[in-house]
Design a protein around this ligand. Structure first.
Ligand code: HEM
Length: 300
C-alpha cells in the first residue's frame, strides 16, 4: 500500500484537476467511476486506453443489476471475462509488461502449481469487478455526506490519516452502498432467534445491519470512535473483505484531494438520485466545488 500511495494520489489529483469551480459535476459518474477505473488500472498495470471500455462496462453492470435479469447479468459477466482474457493473453506473448497482472499470470508457469486460465480470470474478476462498482458508489456516499455536513469538511481537511479513515468508515456505515451478500447454510441453525433449515440461502444485509438501532442507537449519528467496533462495511468473519486496505487507501486519498481542492456543495440545479435495489447508495450526486475560504474570508 505504501508503494501504491503516490500513484493513487496522482490519480486522485488528476481526476479532480478536471473539475472546474462553480460548475455541476456528478460525484458518482464523473468522479467516482473515473477514479475507480484509473486507480485500478494503475495498480494492476492495465492500459489507460481501456478506460472507456471499463466505464461502459460499469454502466452495463449496474443496469443489469437493477433489472435483476439473469440472462443480461450473465452476458455482462461474460463481457468482463472477455476483457480480462484479452489482458491475460497479452501477458503470455513476448515482452509482457512488468506489473501485478503479469506476476499473477506467471504463477501459471509450468513449474508453479498451475492456475488454469479460468482460475486466473476468476481471481482477477474478484479483484476488480466489485472494486470498480463499490468504489464509485462509496465516493458518491462520501461526497453526499460531506456536502450535507459542511461543518465537518474543515475538520476532515485537517485530520490525520487514521482520523480520516475512521470518518470515512463511519460515513459508509451510515449509508453503506455495498448492500448484501449471500450464504448457504450447511446445517440447521438459528440466527438471532430465527430458526433456519439446512441448505437455505441466507442474505447478509450489511446496509441494514450497519443501521441497527439496537447496536448503534440513532444510526444517523456520526460517531466514528463509538461505532468502529460494530462497523460491517467490509464484512466480518472468514470472508471479510481482503481489499479493505486498498479501498481504505483509495477512499482516503480521493477524499483528501477533494477537500484540498475546495468546499463541496450539492448542486442547486439537480437533485441526487438514489440507486435502485439491489444496489445501494446513489446513482448520481450532482455537486459543485467552490474554492476554499480562508478564516480571513479570502479564497484559496
Ligand atoms: C470499495 C469498497 C469496498 C467495500 C465496501 C467492500 C466490501 C466487502 C464486503 C462487505 C465483503 C464481504 C463479503 C461476504 O462476506 O460475503 C467483501 C469481500 C470481498 N472483497 Fe471487498 N469491498 C470493497 C473493496 C474491495 C477491493 C478494492 C477489493 C480487491 C482489490 C475487494 C475484494 C474482495 C474480495 C475478493 C472479497 C471476497 C472475500 C471472500 O469471499 O473470502 N473488495 N468486500
Amino acid at each position: 500500500m505504501a508503494a501504491l500511495a503516490p500513484v493513487i494520489d496522482a490519480v486522485a489529483a488528476e481526476v479532480l484537476a478536471d473539475v472546474p469551480y462553480g460548475v455541476e459535476v456528478d460525484a458518482v459518474g464523473d468522479l467516482g467511476a473515473r477514479f475507480a477505473v484509473q486507480a485500478q488500472s494503475c495498480w494492476l498495470g492495465w492500459p489507460a486506453d481501456l478506460e472507456p471500455t471499463l466505464l461502459a462496462w460499469m454502466d452495463d453492470n449496474r443496469e443489469a443489476a437493477r433489472l435483476g435479469d439473469p440472462v443480461r447479468m450473465r452476458e455482462v459477466a461474460e463481457s468482463f471475462d472477455a476483457i480480462i482474457t484479452r489482458l491475460i493473453s497479452a501477458r503470455r506473448g513476448p515482452q509482457p509488461p512488468e506489473d501485478v497482472t503479469t506476476e499473477l499470470v506467471r504463477l501459471n508457469a509450468p513449474s508453479a502449481a498451475t492456475l488454469s486460465g479460468a482460475c486466473l480470470v476468476s481471481i482477477l474478476r474478484n479483484w476488480t469487478g466489485g472494486d470498480l462498482g463499490s468504489l464509485a458508489l462509496c465516493v458518491g456516499a462520501i461526497v453526499h455526506w460531506l456536502a450535507t455536513h459542511p461543518a465537518h469538511q474543515e475538520d476532515l481537511r485537517r485530520a490525520v490519516d487514521p482520523e480520516l479513515d475512521a470518518a470515512i468508515d463511519e460515513i459508509l456505515r451510515i449509508d453503506d452502498p455495498f448492500v448484501s451478500n449471500r450464504r448457504m447454510t450447511t446445517r440447521e441453525t438459528e440466527v438471532g432467534g430465527c430458526p433456519v433449515r439446512a441448505h437455505q440461502q441466507v442474505v447478509l444485509h450489511w446496509t441494514e445491519a450497519n443501521r441497527d438501532p439496537e447496536i448503534f442507537g440513532n444510526p444517523n449519528v456520526f460517531s466514528p470512535e463509538t461505532n468502529a467496533a460494530n462497523n460491517l462495511v467490509y464484512g466480518t468473519g472468514p470472508h471479510a473483505c481482503p481489499g479493505r486496505p486498498l479501498a481504505t487507501l483509495e477512499l482516503r486519498l480521493f477524499t483528501r484531494a477533494l477537500l484540498q481542492r475546495g468546499r463541496v456543495e450539492l448542486s442547486t440545479l439537480s437533485t441526487p438520485v438514489r440507486e435502485l435495489p439491489p444496489l445501494g447508495g446513489y446513482s448520481s450526486v450532482p455537486m459543485v466545488l467552490h474554492a476554499k475560504t480562508s478564516p480571513q474570508g479570502d479564497a484559496s
